[in-house]
Each structure stands twice: as structure tokens, then as C-alpha cells.
Design a protein around this ligand. Structure first.
Ligand code: NAP
Length: 257
């Protein structure tokens, strides 16, 4: 039985790899573009790893790099961690068009494509883990595309949880707040700083530990920290336009600094 982890070259993906290393799997497939970083992660694990170099923004690369490997080796997939993702901060008109489409491709399309691809290789007890975000519960002005992609991920994960119940396959959306990874560095866009909406970052280790525990308890969502546990409830009571406006003002304030 294997685990497939996308975005395993750094941050949360590398942490998932370290923690799933304890699960007595026959292999862990580590997927990302930076093969050097993937190799470094693989060297820190006891479980044998396959390094899969794949740009997840490309539908054809997912087919040739992951699809063909699944077809030729026919593994049982115990965990598929759809974790790779990124966000570019800033108002829509300042985003590069390639960043916008790539965010949608990596954060949404690749998740659906890989999920569709792995389900035939899963059996009862298998689990799909989707790294979504607390941003999936609120529209974020100044981070609009990213928050919308994560709303898609949470909705998709919960919906397929219902579809897969009869097969005994579970799906969970992990929806954390800011975590100490390369995410915020990659989110910077021109003069707009991601620190404006990404304050008080926590370590990845306890977030992922809770995510795996929640997956084993067959929860729909994994939330970490008091504030973010309340997020799905709070978001029902505060007008969405107000939340979007507050977020936009925070982003633009840092741009003017
Ligand atoms: N850190 C946070 O505050 C936070 C909070 C909530 C949710 N999240 C979510 O957590 C997930 C992991 O992010 P992170 O925080 O660990 O950030 P990170 O350290 O920047 O890691 C992002 C991972 O995604 C991979 N990736 C990005 N674009 C890719 C592409 N086109 N093809 C293949 N792989 C790609 C990167 O690998 P390569 O560059 O090697 O390809 C890297 O392994 C993301 O989905 C993010 O939205 C993060």
C-alpha cells in the first residue's frame, strides 16, 4: 500500500511525508517540480520513495508522470494527499494572467484530475486528504483567486466524501490558517506583502498531526486552533462582502507602506 503526496518538496507536503513515514507503507510517491528537494525529503524517510517530477499545472504531465506510473505498477493507494498549491496576493488587476490560471490549474484542476485517477486504485480504508485552507470559508479581497480555489477544494472534498462512503473511502479537507512554510514567500506579488493577511504563523508539525488524526476519525474537515475551529461558524454570520472588504483593506494598506 502506498501514499501519494503532491507538493512534497517543502512545507506541509514534506511534513505529511515525514508523518506518513510511520504508517508502514510499501512506498511513498513524492510529487513536485523540484526533484532535488524531493530527493532530500526522501533521504529523511525510512519508507522507500519514488520521486515524481511533475508540473501539476500541466494536465498532460499529470497523465504521463503519475497516470502512467499508476497504470504500470497498479498499487493500492492508501493515502492520496492533494497538497500542492500556491497563492499570489494582490488585487486581481495586478496579478499576472499566467499566475491566475496556474493557481486555478494547480489548486483545483490538478486535484480533480489526480483524485479521479487514484480512486480506481483505492480500496476500503483508503483516504483522500485535501490541503485546503481557512481561506476556503471566506471571500478574501486582495487574495480573491486563491481563496476561491480553496473554497472549490473544500466543497469538492466534502462532496466526494458523500460519493465514496459506500466504497469505504474517506475524503477530508484540511483547512488551516497561516503556517510557517515557503507559502507566504511565494505569495508576494510586487509591492503587495502577504504578511498583511498571514499573521501569527504556526508550525506545520501539529497541524499535520491533527490532520492525519482527523482523517483516521473520518472527519470531513480538519481545523487547527480555536480561531480557525470557529471559522465555518463565524463565516455564516458575518456578511461575506464585509469580510472581503476587510481583507482587501489590509492587503492594500501594506501595499501603500
Ligand atoms: N502555509 C500556509 O500558511 C498555508 C495555509 C493554508 C493552506 N496552505 C496550503 O498548503 C499547501 C502546501 O503549501 P505550503 O504552505 O507547504 O507551501 P510551500 O512550502 O510553498 O509548498 C508548496 C508545494 O506545492 C508545490 N507546487 C507548487 N506549484 C506546483 C506545480 N505547478 N507543480 C507541482 N508542485 C507544485 C511546491 O513544489 P515545487 O515548487 O517543487 O513544484 C511545494 O512542494 C498549499 O495547497 C497551500 O495552499 C498553506
Amino acid at each position: 500500500m502506498i501514499a501519494i503526496i503532491t507538493g512534497a518538496s517543502s512545507g506541509l507536503g514534506a511534513e505529511f511525508a515525514r508523518q506518513l513515514d510511520r504508517e508502514h507503507l510499501s512506498e511513498i510517491w513524492l510529487v513536485a517540480r523540484d526533484t532535488q528537494a524531493l530527493t532530500a525529503v526522501s533521504h529523511s524517510l525510512k519508507t522507500p520513495c519514488r520521486i515524481i517530477s511533475c508540473d501539476l499545472s500541466s494536465e498532460s504531465e499529470i497523465d504521463t508522470q503519475i497516470g502512467s506510473m499508476l497504470e504500470s505498477t497498479k498499487p493500492v493507494v492508501k493515502y492520496c494527499v492533494n497538497n500542492a498549491g500556491f497563492g499570489k496576493i494582490g488585487p486581481l488587476h495586478l496579478l499576472k494572467s499566467t499566475d491566475m490560471t496556474s493557481m486555478i490549474d494547480v489548486n483545483c484542476r490538478a486535484v480533480v484530475q489526480l483524485t479521479h485517477m487514484v480512486i480506481p486504485h483505492m480500496k476500503s480504508g483508503s483516504c483522500l486528504i485535501h490541503t485546503s485552507s481557512a481561506a476556503s470559508f471566506v471571500p478574501l479581497g486582495g487574495f480573491a483567486v486563491y481563496a476561491a480555489t480553496k473554497a472549490f477544494v473544500t466543497s469538492f472534498s466534502v462532496a466526494i466524501q458523500a460519493e465514496l462512503v459506500d466504497k469505504g473511502i474517506h475524503s477530508i479537507a484540511v483547512c488551516p490558517g497561516p503556517i510557517e512554510t515557503n507559502f507566504s514567500k511565494r505569495a508576494h506579488q510586487g509591492s503587495v506583502r502577504s504578511d498583511s493577511v498571514m499573521k501569527k504563523k504556526v508550525d506545520a508539525e501539529p497541524v499535520i498531526r491533527k490532520a492525519i488524526r482527523d482523517a483516521k476519525k473520518c472527519k470531513s474537515l480538519s481545523l487547527y486552533g480555536i480561531k480557525f475551529n470557529l471559522m465555518p461558524i463565524i463565516s455564516k454570520f458575518i456578511p461575506r462582502i464585509l469580510m472581503a472588504q476587510v481583507s482587501y483593506n489590509r492587503v492594500m494598506k501594506t501595499e501603500k507602506r
